[in-house]
Design a protein. Structure first.
Length: 415
């Protein structure tokens, strides 16, 4: 066992360059997706939307986003990242540019629907890129280095959208990221070629030797543990992504200008925590832990941060709410990324895109349901009820992981 890392070829410089481009693709995805959320209050004023209509827009994005995951992962596994990444990037960019020219609710809805289909390819694309270009014991580190680029989308979207909308009008908040995505697609085509070949680790899961058909994968108990955990936990992440800017402006009377100054902070803190824990998961592997065990323990520990959400409705200061959002978003992002890494650890390389697509599709599906009903739920119960319910999701998901993988020795692949 100690000789295995010595037999693996050196990670080439091109792998790190490709990783940076993959991270930037994630950045463009978040910019394209989150600009509408940042401009929610502005667009409600311009077009007279209600919270229920805005909830429909988020759900219209989430439904094709969910369905797209089932197809995107298999397309990536079949045609590879060199073909599919430019397809996804160019589609997202074209749709974002069309959003800038929209003036009717149905036009925004059509653009969001197309963006959902294209955006579904980005998460499995980044994960397949990591699996293709890095050995298994450095995937956590690779994930750590990709996050500053992809998370930059979440960090930059608020100040960028606010600045562009204030200076040139709201349409330019969509035009600039749309044009940038086209340039990134061209860079990817020129760079993604001749990936290295690494020695694969011994199979640690019954999934790893199973048929790659969708039906056979869905029959495997190991996969279902992660499916259920993500289906339970992801709604909180998507709720925060789409409703947080509106909450700060409409419930806490935060000005649009101040939102641009402080709205990025929870995303930056989330990025740092994700980088630290991704690297720490590789440290645990270096110390003899299995990749599955290390990722799983970190997921359970971070779920303990979830109850911070309960006190947020009772905090009225901007600084206090931002601090709570830092904690909760960091937890949610760590879960989003470490579950993808955990899936990559127990799957063979040629199935990673499909399986990551499956668990993300299930999480996005429950996220779509929550966002579709969020406007009505807010009208009936207000934010406090939704925040308290959201605080329960990650501990429940952690219980699901324990049930599937730790309830008794040998219960599943993760030991």
């Amino acid at each position: 066992m100690p000789q295995v890392p010595q037999q693996q070829p050196r990670i080439p410089f091109r792998a790190w360059y490709i990783l940076a481009l993959a991270g930037m693709a994630g950045m463009m995805y978040y910019l394209d997706r989150q600009t509408l959320s940042v401009l929610k209050t502005t667009l409600k004023g311009v077009f007279g939307w209600s919270d229920i209509e805005y909830g429909w827009l988020t759900a219209i994005f989430m439904v094709p986003y969910t369905i797209g995951y089932f197809f995107a992962g298999r397309l990536i596994d079949r045609f590879g990242t060199r073909v599919m990444m430019p397809v996804f990037l160019c589609t997202m960019s074209a749709v974002t540019l069309l959003t800038a020219s929209s003036s009717q609710l149905w036009q925004f809805a059509a653009c969001r629907m197309a963006l959902g289909f294209a955006g579904a390819g980005v998460v499995p694309m980044v994960m397949v890129t990591i699996v293709t270009w890095f050995p298994h014991d450095r995937r956590g580190t690779a994930n750590m280095f990709s996050k500053p680029f992809s998370s930059a989308g979440n960090i930059l979207v608020t100040p960028l959208a606010v600045s562009l909308a204030t200076a040139f009008g709201w349409r330019w908040a969509f035009i600039v990221p749309g044009l940038t995505g086209v340039a990134l697609a061209l860079m990817w085509i020129m760079a993604d070629r001749n990936p290295p070949q690494y020695t694969a680790p011994a199979a640690t899961s019954p999934v790893a030797s199973a048929s790659s058909s969708l039906a056979s994968l869905l029959r495997n108990r190991t996969l279902w543990g992660l499916i259920l955990a993500r289906a339970i936990s992801d709604p909180l992440w998507f709720f925060l992504m789409f409703w947080q800017p509106g909450y700060l402006q409409e419930e806490l009377d935060m000005s649009f200008a101040k939102l641009g100054w402080v709205g990025w902070i929870p995303f930056a803190v989330s990025l740092v925590m994700n980088m630290v824990l991704s690297r720490f998961s590789d440290v645990l592997i270096d110390r003899g832990w299995t990749p599955q065990k290390g990722r799983l323990r970190l997921l359970q520990l971070t779920a303990c941060l979830s109850p911070a959400m309960i006190i947020m409705p009772f905090v009225t200061s901007h600084a206090g709410v931002i601090a709570i959002l830092c904690v909760v978003q960091a937890m949610a992002l760590v879960w989003f990324n470490l579950t993808n890494l955990l899936m990559a650890d127990v799957m063979p390389r040629h199935q990673v895109g499909t399986c990551v697509g499956i668990i993300n599709a299930c999480g996005a599906g429950t996220g779509a349901l929550v966002n579709f009903t969020a406007g009505w739920l807010l009208a009936q119960f207000g934010y406090p009820a939704l925040f308290i319910a959201g605080a329960l999701l990650h501990p429940l998901a952690a219980g699901v992981l324990w049930w599937f993988y730790q309830r008794r020795p040998g219960s599943a692949a993760v030991q």
